[in-house]
Structure formats: C-alpha cells, structure tokens
Design a protein around this ligand. Structure first.
Ligand code: GTP
Length: 602
C-alpha cells in the first residue's frame, strides 16, 4: 500500500456546527452508503442517546475512497468531559477539518479544539458550513477565523453540509492540504489504541492507528501499559460497514478484535506492539483517565438493588471511564458510589439506567474529589485521604487542611451578557485571568478566562451560563490541580434527622446562602404532614439556616377533601403517584423529586 495516498483527519467543531452532517455527506459522496441507508439519521452517532442529545460520545472512524486516496475520517467526541479521548483521536491524525457555522462564528469549544489540534501539529483546513442559512456571514466568519485563531482562512471551503454544497471541494482540500502519514513498515509494531467499545457480536473492538510496523491477523500482540498479551483474530476497517482485512500497515487507521471480554481491559492511549518483536519504547502521551465527579445512585425501590448492580456492570462493559462501588446510606439503603468524567457523563449514565434498564433512581449531590490532610494521624501514609463522598468526611477536629480541585475555564460570550457572566463567575469564587474582545460588529464577543473551583461548577454552572446568556455563551475547561480551600461539610436535617443524601461540601463563605436556598427549596418540596417539620442546614452542631413546614390542620384537610371534585381527584392521584417515590425519614416522607429539585441550585 502506498503510504503517500493515505490521509488521516478528524473534524473539529463546536457543538451543532454541523460536524456529523458533514461527515455523513462525505461518506455518501464517496459511496460508502446509498441514499436509502443515509436516511436513517446520522451514521456516526450510533447510540440512541447520542442521537437524541445530538452529541457524539464515542469516537468512531470511517474509511473513504476518493480518487485513489484512502481517507480515514476520525469522529471525535464533542464535549469537554471526554477531552482525553479527543486528544488521542487527534494524535492519530495528521490534519483536521475545522467546521465553523457561518451564522454563529467561532465558539469556545472550537477554540479549545483548534489549539489542541495545533499542538498535535495538524494541518487545519477551515470549512465554513451552513452557508445556505439566511443569517450566514461567511466573510465575517472568515475574518474571525483569521483574527481569533490566527489561521489563514483565505482558502476556507464554503459549504452547506445540509444542501450538499462544497462537498467535493472539502474532499479535494483534504487530499491537497493534509500531509500523508509517516511510518516505517520494517520497524517493530507500534500502534496506538485510540478507542474501544463493546460489540455484542464481535466482543471488544479496538480502534487503532498504526505508527510503525504491521498488525496482522493471527499475530500475538502486547499492550505495553496494561502489560497484557492477546491474539489478533480480526483486522479490518469501517466503510462504515465492516470490512475485514489481512493487515493494517503504517499510517493506517482500522480496528482489531482479540477475544477481549471487557472494555476495562483496554486503555485508550496504550501502545500495541508485537509480542515477539516488541518496540523499545511506547508512544508518548499515555494517561490513565480518572473520574472527577462522584455521586451516589440508589434505587427508589430497595428490591431493585440487584438489578441496578447488573445494569452498572453491563454499562461498564462499554465504558471503562466510569467507576462504581457499593455504598450504604442510613436514609437510602443500599446503592452505589459512582465516579464520572464530568457532569454530562453522569447525566448520560443516569439516563441510560433509567431508560434502557428501566430503573427508578435517586441521585445524591454530585461531589468532586477533595484531598483531606489529617492532623493527628499516627500513620504517615494515611495523612492525606481522598474524599469522594461528603458522608465520609472525617471529624473536623482531625482535619488540618482541605484541598479542592480547580479548573481553568474559557468562556466566550456576546458583550451584552458579559456583566451577568462576570457576576456568576465571581459568585462562584472565580479568579479572573483574562478578558479580551474578539471579532467585530455582530460577531464581537468577549473571551473570558477564569480559574474556578470545580465544586462550584459541578452543580449547575453550565445551565446557569446558558440561561443567563440565552444560549449564546460557550464554555470549555481543563483541570489545573488542587488548592487549599476553606471548606466545610453542610448537613441538612429534616425533622431533626440528618439526610445524608443531601449533605454536601461547601465553601464556608457560601455555606449560609447555600443552606438557606436548600431549606427554602425543601420547604416547598416536602408535602405537609400532620405535624410541624423543621428543616435545618447545619455545619457541625451549628444551625446556619432554618425553615419550618407548618402542620396540616384538621379543618384544612376537611375543607380540601370536602371541596370541589376535580381538586380532590387531583390530590388523590398525586398522592398515589407520590407513594412509590417517597422515602421515609423517620416519620417524614420526602418525594424523590424533592431530592433532585433540591440539588438543582440556582
Ligand atoms: P455535535 O454532534 O453535537 O457536535 O453536533 P454536530 O456538530 O455534529 O452538528 P450536526 O451535524 O448534528 O448539526 C447540527 C444541526 O445543524 C442539525 O440540525 C443539522 O441539520 C444542521 N446543519 C448541519 N449542517 C447544516 C448546513 O449546512 N445548513 C443548515 N441550514 N443546517 C445545517
């Protein structure tokens, strides 16, 4: 195979700028699929949730044939939670199409991805998409790409993925502008594990990019970081339908299977080499991904515990980046403490459990990983502990210092919303690092850089940002390590009993406001009982906020039930529905919705 005829590229774009639509068009144009097959929605987004949310979660790749060239298109996940997967996909390519919406212009995520792409020495081909829209301003966007990103956009391809305009030009630009891969066929095998997923028929499928050497069917391979050996039983590529091959040579992207049972046995970024003639050094850039956001998942119905466990095992077959271990809570019974790459990742798993596995769940307040320095520990090694669960917080007297994770965030927002966004960041303990203006006229936008504590972001920061800016702000972040913080555990007591699922770690300065907000919200969410119910927020033994739910009076009930028929029926229905979702706290019933709503700050 002629290596100079290979082109490996990915598509980088802000969410909704048309990445998947363009990918589909390229597949269609190069004959990968017929028109009829195309009509079943977007091909690269193959999971139900991906389709509904319109985002790409798992990287997929497809091989296209164009004028004698082999074009490997790598689809990358479009969300900050999956940054490491993105970085490995980019490392497998020599270039990228930068898709920018002709009406929206450059957004924060575009920027973050472009910088990553530049770090990987990519040749970047700008594509201005959606030129069919009435609001399209290709000239303005072209200038923006030059001004903000510093790329030469004079030859940017103008396209409409939706109407099929400019597709041949995109393909030609890939061939002309993106350099072919380099690699030595005779060197020992070095291939990067780009991604892996579980297929019910094939088992674990591994997406690889061969750097040097050749990977063959029947070969014994070794995963250098994992230290395991496997026998390759299939080699192939996706067009996007699976095609089996005898081998993959240097520069090629394709898949292998090797009788692997679980995705957890494979690690994205690992180097695959030949067991008999191994490479001396692994490829650079391997990193073990670690969950950053934790929460408890409990079945509403205690009888569903086994079902929840089985479902988590099944999900993990396909997603090694989330973790779970058993947890028991005084209030919620048996459940699992789960770790995720970010909030979106958490929501995806939660949604799949609900939808695909039909489970009713209670999710506790999400928490980040704190480092707790203990003061009087006899054992030196146990002096610093990692805390994933507010319920496990040691006695404050034993704590010398607490560290929390921080992030570096880039926010991109039209000027008119800047004031409110600055206030939001300030309220969340942000430290402003930079504020610049980019673009002109209707494209003028402020680019903000803030350092923020991750625990202020995991609750609802993204939702708030979107609602304040009416959807126009974009947000991107990466972690920058732990820093000392004045943090305390805030407990919520309902009828004088602590509800562990609602306890959270907060900054002392924000504790009172948080506590008050939580009590007020719970007051509205917990139905009245026959007796008075105090709701309190407390730090240690000290109550910092308090609300009281008044008791139902006899005459009120009488009036209610004696009242008009529809109201009465509604009430009964509500009660019935509420029954199965209630949790008893001592003598108080808390509806499941109350948990979820109470945790939604704002
Ligand atoms: P993520 O997968 O979420 O990153 O989004 P994406 O970048 O893949 O965007 P997608 O291809 O899903 O397109 C987003 C929306 O824009 C869809 O509703 C498309 O139909 C629409 N769209 C894509 N390309 C064009 C275009 O050229 N013109 C117009 N008018 N709409 C387009």
């Amino acid at each position: 195979k002629d290596i100079t005829k290979i082109r490996n590229f990915s598509i980088i774009a802000h969410i909704d700028h048309g990445k998947s639509t363009l990918a589909d068009r390229l597949i269609q144009r190069t004959g990968g699929l017929t028109e009829r097959e195309m009509t079943h929605g977007q091909i690269l987004d193959n999971m139900e949730i991906e389709q509904e949310r319109g985002i790409t979660i798992k990287a997929q790749t497809v091989r296209l044939e164009w004028n004698g060239y082999e074009l490997n298109l790598m689809d990358t996940p479009g969300h900050v939670d999956f940054a490491y997967e993105v970085s490995r996909s980019l490392a497998a390519c020599e270039g990228a199409l930068l898709v920018v919406d002709a009406a929206q212009g450059v957004e924060a995520q575009t920027l973050a991805n472009v910088y990553q792409s530049i770090e990987h020495d990519h040749e970047i081909v700008p594509v201005i998409n959606k030129i069919d829209l009435p609001a399209a301003d290709p000239e303005g966007v072209r200038q923006e790409i030059e001004e903000i990103i510093g790329l030469d956009a004079s030859e940017a391809v103008l396209a409409s993925a939706k109407s099929g305009i400019g597709i041949d030009e995109v393909l030609q630009a890939i061939v002309d502008k993106i350099p072919p891969p380099k690699g030595d066929r005779d060197a020992p095998l070095k291939a990067m594990l780009v991604d892996s997923w579980y297929d019910p028929y094939l088992g674990v499928v591994i997406l690889v990019r061969v750097m040097d050497g050749v990977i063959r069917k029947g070969a014994q391979i070794k995963f250098m970081a994992a230290g395991t050996m496997h026998l390759v039983d299939r080699v192939g590529c996706m067009r996007p339908k699976i095609e089996q091959l005898q081998e993959l040579g240097p520069g090629e992207i394709g898949f292998i299977t090797a009788q692997i049972k679980e995705v957890a046995e494979t690690r994205v970024g690992d180097t695959i080499t030949d067991a008999k003639r191994p490479a001396a050094e692994p490829l650079p850039g391997f990193k073990e991904v670690q969950p950053v956001v934790f929460c408890g998942l409990f079945p509403v119905d205690a009888n569903d515990f086994e079902k929840l466990r089985d479902s988590l095992y099944k999900l993990r077959l396909n997603d090694a980046s989330f973790s779970f271990e058993m947890e028991s809570s005084a209030a919620l019974g048996f459940g699992f403490r789960c770790g995720f790459l970010g909030l979106l990742h958490l929501e995806i798993i939660q949604e799949r459990l609900t939808r695909e596995y039909d489970l009713d769940l209670i999710t506790t307040a999400p928490s980040v990983v704190y480092k707790i320095h203990l003061s009087h520990s006899k054992n030196e090694a146990a002096k610093v502990i990692e805390l994933h669960n507010p319920a496990d917080m040691p006695d404050p007297n034993r704590i010398e210092m607490i560290e929390e994770p921080w992030i570096d965030a880039t926010i991109y927002v039209p000027d008119e919303y800047l004031g409110s966004i600055l206030k939001l960041c300030q309220d969340r303990r942000g430290i402003q690092k930079d504020l610049t203006y980019v673009g002109t006229g209707s494209h003028a936008r402020a680019m903000l850089r803030y350092e923020l504590p991750l625990n202020e972001v995991v609750f609802d920061f993204y939702d708030r940002l979107k609602s304040i800016s009416r959807g126009y702000a974009s947000f991107d972040y990466h972690q920058i390590g732990h820093r000392e913080g004045d943090l305390v555990k805030m407990s919520i007591l309902v009828n004088n009993e602590p509800v562990d699922a609602l306890s959270m770690i907060v900054h002392r300065g924000n504790a009172e406001a948080r506590g008050r907000g939580m009590c007020e919200r719970l007051k509205d969410l917990i139905p009245r009982h026959m007796f008075k119910i105090p709701i309190q927020a407390a730090i240690g033994g000290k109550v910092i906020a308090r609300e009281t739910i008044a008791a139902l009076r006899k005459d009120v009930t009488a009036k209610c039930y004696g009242g008009d028929a529809t109201r009465k029926r509604k009430l009964l229905e509500k009660q019935k529905e509420g029954k199965k979702r209630m949790r008893e706290y001592g003598s108080v019933s808390i509806p499941q919705d109350a948990f979820i709503a109470a945790l939604r700050m704002g």
